[in-house]
Design a protein. Structure first.
Lengths: 145, 81, 145, 81
């Protein structure tokens, strides 16, 4: 497994929950985002993910560190780049903590924060062949989420 | 000075290019580079307030002074996840 | 894979996230509970899980159905019975939905509800050899959670 | 009538057995079976309000009438997860 948090192509979900659980942890919360077949009523056939690699890698690492500090959880995040098909996984977050409340809170915070702070862009490919970048949200600092 | 702007995400479409070279004065800042881009690309101008700029692996503030040959990345609104 | 929701021995986490994602779903939330090495300050070496099998199976199935009705999510739950060691997974919940909000809500509701409505009992085994049943909470109806 | 009570979870320890047979009157209910168990097992009596009873795969209410030979399960507070 690469230590990079950006991966070329779809993510393999099983890989992210297979690591042994630390003995002091009792809860693992996991989130995966996958490519849907529809967006705002329009049939989607796939998504190409673009990233600013250096800044994205830095911010993904910072999200893990900030989640640990805020929630006392061990958090790992990864995001796909390149062409994904419907059903493919584009993003994963895994949070391990003493109890489920912290695990859920850290997992939810990490995915919500990732969407606002990491320089990644969805270029949707529609069933009719057209491609379009999603509108998105102005990038924020992690500390402001 | 001459700098290069790398156009990320949808900004490639707004500028019609993956990267753009700019000739700027000696005291150029991130803000003056964005001004020049906005003059040149109307689709960018309309979104000026939503843009950020990265140098290396960090977001830089508008007042940061630029140096000859630097590479800036234009960061339009993000849509990861 | 058995269709039973009670499994003898520890659960294999990877199995629960490996199924293909339905094309209309964009979010998968997953929770696993694992055996911790400490409970209320006391060193734990393992837990034996006991269940009333017929009622537990019925209630686990009802939790899946109720989560689907409440959150529009596809939910699967499973629980281990028998002897588990520290780090072993005792319970899993997976929720697949159109978006992450429903997936997280369904996953969280299912695990919180399971703990109050399913007739399962933890018998803790401590490092000093003593065993003790955890106190627990009076069983509730699913509709009352 | 004679019924059998299966003692689940910690109730095995309170009753000192995995199951208990009770001889009850003809009009016995879930509640009267619990009364008898509480008389016999003090540790159970102290927890009477926290107990439920299942027959087959369903929780039954206190007033449910019992039939000869039925098997009841005593459901103490649960601790799954």
């Amino acid at each position: 497994m690469s230590t990079s948090r950006l991966r070329q192509g779809p993510l393999n979900l099983s890989e992210w929950v297979a690591a042994p659980m630390p003995p002091h942890c009792g809860g693992l919360a996991f989130f995966a985002g996958t490519v849907r077949n529809v967006h705002e009523g329009r049939a989607v056939s796939g998504i190409k993910y673009h990233a600013h690699v250096a800044l994205a890698e830095r911010r993904l690492a910072e999200i893990e560190a900030e989640a640990a500090a805020r929630f006392g959880a061990e958090v790992s995040v990864a995001h796909a780049v390149g062409d994904l098909a419907v059903g493919d996984a584009s993003v994963v977050v895994v949070a391990r903590a003493g109890h489920r409340a912290e695990a859920f809170a850290a997992c939810r915070w990490a995915i919500d924060t990732l969407k606002q702070t990491v320089p990644i862009w969805k270029e949707e490919r529609y069933a009719d062949g057209e491609t379009r970048f999603q509108e998105g949200t102005p990038i924020k600092d992690i500390k402001n989420t | 000075m001459r700098i290069v702007i790398e156009c990320c995400g949808a900004s490639q479409r707004w500028c019609g290019a993956e990267s753009v070279s700019l000739d700027l004065g000696e005291t150029a800042t991130v803000s003056s580079a964005l001004d020049r881009m906005a003059e040149r690309y109307p689709e960018l101008a309309a979104r000026r307030e939503t843009l950020a700029v990265a140098i290396g692996d960090q977001i830089v503030h508008a007042g940061r002074a630029l140096a000859e040959g630097e590479r800036l990345a234009l960061i339009p609104p993000v849509s990861g996840g």
